[in-house]
Structures are given as structure tokens and as C-alpha cells.
Design a protein around this ligand. Structure first.
Ligand SMILES: Nc1ncnc2c1ncn2[C@@H]1O[C@H](COP(=O)(O)OP(=O)(O)OP(=O)(O)O)[C@@H](O)[C@H]1O
Ligand SMILES: [Mg+2]
Length: 479
């Protein structure tokens, strides 16, 4: 399975989780084991101490043969061995049913009278000793009479411990198996979408068309899927745009070249033609090459703007000065086109953080559009005003307007509402793309409102200049 490659995230996560799981289970089991053994041995030993003590008390009251026999009878048949010694260490009684009295211990008792004189517990190590041994003294009125010894085998404890170990081992194995299966399932849930994303991004990088990744919920994986989907849509959009642009540009270049070629052919074949007709064709060729040159220059400028290699000098700039300079250059041609021009300067001095030359370029572009798309008798009104954070340039005309469906596209490269009409006006559809780039590089906003047949208004907002200490740039050096 691809998901189980050694360096796959599923395996790494799985191994980490399983190790953590094992540490947890083993620690819990170790604690349980210790507690169980401790309680068990304490219980057995305490019970044995009490029994030994009780017998010693009974014998302290009646240290005679009937009592000894009675006690031995009580103890016979159990897995305990009761041993009653007199003061000299002689065995006065030994319970039956316990055949294997440890020979070593018995020998020691016979030789030394007792095992030890260390207290109620003589042997309590269940792991290494075969018996627990407890002891109690028999005494009457301060006179020692003998001892009671009790032996109980530690075998049952060892076998209980072993059973417990086996059970814990079995449980650990089952839990580990179930845990591993569960972890694998969960990691697969996480890793599967990741694998799908890897596949999709590989396809994107190979330029293939991809289907959107389905994402459920809003966790990090789903967010990543959404981001990849958005990225893929954007790439698709840019690919589409580039295709469209290439188609548009080849069309734009082909048209003037076809004209020039046609006129030159006419000239070549018409060398004897009149001076007047030759001049006419040469002028047409000149106009077309001029248009071609404009197109290429505009494209080059736009490319530089988009690339970010355009040099900008942002400083304190008077917006009214920008407007006045632009009007100075455009007023004549506007008036010649039979269009009235009105100017409402701002009431207070209006300085923005801008590059005067570039801003003027924007205004000239927009003014030129207003002139081109306004009929004789119409008017153009320009205003400057101050908003809280922006200086605003408003350029309004009573021209033909822009259809609502074209409005979002007028900023696109080479986009013209009516190609044949704008060809007549010499437009290439790049002017507004350049304007938008320049305004955006000023952290400004350019917007348009238009009603077909009534007119168009452009709003250009440039951030207000904040620092009053900087030198005022009044005279813009504009082309
Ligand atoms: N004031 C306006 N009134 C009506 N249509 C306009 C106006 N301004 C722009 N447009 C439409 O938007 C299109 C794009 O304008 P843009 O300035 O980008 O290109 P252009 O003027 O055709 O060519 P150029 O690159 O020479 O500026 C124009 O072709 C025109 O159809
Ligand atoms: Mg234009």
C-alpha cells in the first residue's frame, strides 16, 4: 500500500502513537501489578501473623496436650503448617496434611530451637523463599513456655503473579493490536487527503487541468484543500488570461502590419502615381506605424509596471497641480473636439503621497478617454476633493457610457468595448490597465461608474500625504 511507505507520515505517526500507547499501557500494568501483589502478600501475611498470635495466646493460657492437639486438628488439612515448640526447642506438636516440611528449616529448628528470634515474621520474601514463616511466643505470667511457628507456602502467590503477568501480557497485546489498527485508520483519514493533494499539485505543476479536491469540514486539511483549489483556479484563470492576451496581441499586431503591407504594395505597384496619392499612402503607413509604436510602448510600460521594475518617486504632491498640468496638456484637444471643460479645484490645499509624473499620466489617460468617448456638445467636468485618508480626483463626462457587462473588464489589457470604434479613435485598450497599475502602486483605488448613453465618471483615490515637513513638490515634470 502506498500509504505505508517507511517514510510516509502515516507510518511515522503510527509508530509514534503506538510507542506512546505501549509506554502508557506498560506503566499502567506495572502499577496495577505492584499494587495487587502488595495487597495480596500483605493480606496473606497479616492473616498468618494473627493466626500465629491467636494460637500463642491460647497456648499461653493452656499449654497442655489436649489444647495442643485441638489446635493441630484445626490446622490439619490446610496448606499451613503449625509447629508448636517448648522452651527447649522440642517439637510438641506438628499439624498434619502438610507433608513437605522444609528439611533445612526443620534441621535448623532441631539444632537451634527456633528459626530466628526476629519478631512475628521470620520469612516474607515470596519470590525467593518457598514459605512465609511467622512466629509467636507462648508465655505464662512472664515465664516463656515455648513458641508457635507457622509455615505457609508462597507457591500460590508466585502462580498468581505469573497468571497476572500472562493476563497483562495478553491484554497489552490485544490493546496494542486494536490501537495499531485504530491509529492506522485514523492516520489514513489524515494522510489520504494529503496524498490526493500531492497528486493534484503534481498535476498542476505539470500544467494539467485538475478537478477540485473535495474537502469536508473546516480543519487544517480542509483549509489546505480549499487553498489548493483556489490556487488551481487562479492558475487556470491566469492561463486563460495569457491565452486570451496572446490571441489579442497577435490580432492587434497583425492589423496595422496588414495595412502597412497593403499600402506599401500599392505604392510599389503605383510608383508612377501622382505625388498626392503617394503622399496619401505614405501618411497611412506612417499613421499605422505610429499606432504600432504606441501599442508596443504601452505594452512595454505595462510589463514594467507589473514586474515592479518601474521607478516611482513618491513624495508630497499637490493633486490640484497634477490636475492643472494634465488639463494644460489636454484642454486644447478637448475644446477642439467641441466638448466643454469644467474644473472644480479642492477648497483646501490637497497633498497626496505620490509620483506627480505618473499621476499626471493617469489623469491624461482618463481625460483622453473622456474626450474620445464624448460626442460634440458634451461636457467633461473634473474635480479634486479631500477625504479623510484619500485625495480624490473625479473625472466625469457626458459621453456614450460603458455597458454594465463591460464595466468589470475595462481594466483588462487590450480590452475595448467596441473594437471598431476604438480603432477609429486610435485606442489599443491598454490605457486603463496602466492607470490601474499606477494607482495600485500608490496604494490607491481607481473606480468607475457609468450609465450607457449618459456618461462615465472615474474616481481616483490616492493616500493623503501625512508628513508636513517634507518639501512641497509643485511643479511636475511631465511629458
Ligand atoms: N470615458 C469613457 N466613456 C466610454 N467608454 C470608455 C471611457 N473610458 C474608457 N472606455 C472604454 O474602455 C475601453 C478601455 O479603455 P482604455 O483607456 O484602456 O483603452 P483605449 O482608450 O481604447 O486605448 P488606449 O490604450 O489608447 O487608452 C475603451 O476602449 C472604451 O471602450
Ligand atoms: Mg484610453
Amino acid at each position: 500500500m502506498k500509504i505505508l511507505r517507511p517514510n510516509s507520515i502515516a507510518v511515522k505517526l503510527g509508530v509514534i502513537f503506538i510507542l506512546l500507547f505501549m509506554v502508557l499501557i506498560i506503566s499502567i500494568q506495572a502499577v496495577l501489578y505492584m499494587l495487587f501483589i502488595r495487597f495480596y502478600t500483605d493480606d496473606v501475611l497479616n492473616e498468618q501473623i494473627q493466626r500465629t498470635q491467636r494460637y500463642a495466646e491460647v497456648l499461653s493460657d493452656h499449654f497442655d496436650q489436649p489444647t495442643i492437639q485441638h489446635l493441630l486438628l484445626v490446622e490439619s488439612g490446610t496448606d499451613h503448617l503449625l509447629l508448636i515448640l517448648d522452651q527447649t526447642g522440642n517439637i510438641r506438636g506438628q499439624s498434619e496434611g502438610f507433608t513437605d516440611l522444609p528439611p533445612q528449616e526443620l534441621q535448623q529448628i532441631k539444632e537451634h530451637g527456633s528459626l530466628d528470634h526476629g519478631g512475628p515474621v521470620l520469612k516474607s520474601n515470596w519470590k525467593s523463599e518457598p514459605f512465609f514463616v511467622t512466629e509467636a511466643s507462648i508465655a505464662a505470667i512472664g515465664q516463656p513456655l515455648g513458641r508457635v511457628l507457622m509455615f505457609s507456602p508462597t507457591d500460590p502467590i508466585r502462580s498468581a503473579a505469573q497468571t497476572l503477568k500472562n493476563t497483562f501480557f495478553g491484554v497489552a497485546f490485544i490493546v496494542l493490536f486494536l490501537g495499531a489498527a485504530m491509529i492506522l485508520l485514523v492516520t489514513r483519514q489524515v494522510v489520504q487527503p494529503l496524498l490526493r493533494m500531492i497528486k493534484i499539485t503534481q498535476q498542476i505543476s505539470q500544467g494539467k487541468q485538475v478537478t477540485a479536491i473535495s474537502a469536508v469540514g473546516n480543519d487544517e486539511i480542509a483549509q489546505l484543500s480549499h487553498a489548493i483549489n483556489r490556487m488551481s483556479q487562479n492558475i487556470e484563470f491566469y492561463k486563460q488570461q495569457r491565452k486570451q492576451f496572446l490571441a489579442d496581441i497577435s490580432h492587434e499586431l497583425r492589423t496595422p502590419i496588414t495595412y502597412m503591407k497593403g499600402y506599401s504594395e500599392v505604392l510599389i505597384h503605383n510608383l508612377e502615381g501622382s505625388e498626392e496619392s503617394r503622399k496619401k499612402y505614405l501618411t497611412l503607413i506612417y499613421d499605422q506605424s505610429n499606432q504600432l509604436q504606441h501599442l508596443i510602448e504601452d505594452l512595454f510600460e505595462l510589463a514594467k509596471l507589473e514586474e515592479g521594475t518601474y521607478s516611482f518617486e513618491l513624495s508630497k504632491t499637490s493633486l490640484d497641480k497634477v490636475m492643472q498640468n494634465a488639463l494644460g496638456m489636454m484642454a486644447d484637444s478637448i475644446e477642439k473636439s467641441g466638448i466643454a471643460l469644467n474644473y472644480n479645484p479642492s477648497l483646501t490645499p490637497l497633498y497626496v503621497h505620490g509620483d506627480a509624473k505618473r499621476l499626471q499620466q493617469v489623469v491624461i489617460n482618463v481625460l483622453d478617454n473622456a474626450r474620445k468617448y464624448t460626442l460634440i456638445g458634451g461636457s467633461i467636468t473634473v474635480s479634486t476633493l479631500k477625504e479623510e485618508t484619500f485625495g480624490v480626483l473625479i473625472i466625469s463626462d457626458t459621453g456614450i457610457g460603458i455597458p454594465a457587462e463591460d464595466l468589470p473588464h475595462i481594466w483588462d489589457r487590450l480590452y475595448r468595448v467596441d473594437r471598431s470604434r476604438s480603432r477609429a479613435t486610435g485606442g489599443t485598450g491598454i490605457g486603463l490597465s496602466i492607470c490601474k497599475e499606477i494607482v495600485t502602486l500608490h496604494q490607491g483605488i481607481i473606480q468607475v461608474e457609468s450609465t450607457e448613453g449618459k456618461g462615465t465618471t472615474f474616481f481616483i483615490r490616492i493616500p493623503i500625504f501625512q508628513d508636513t515637513t517634507e518639501e512641497i513638490q509643485t511643479d511636475a515634470d511631465c511629458k
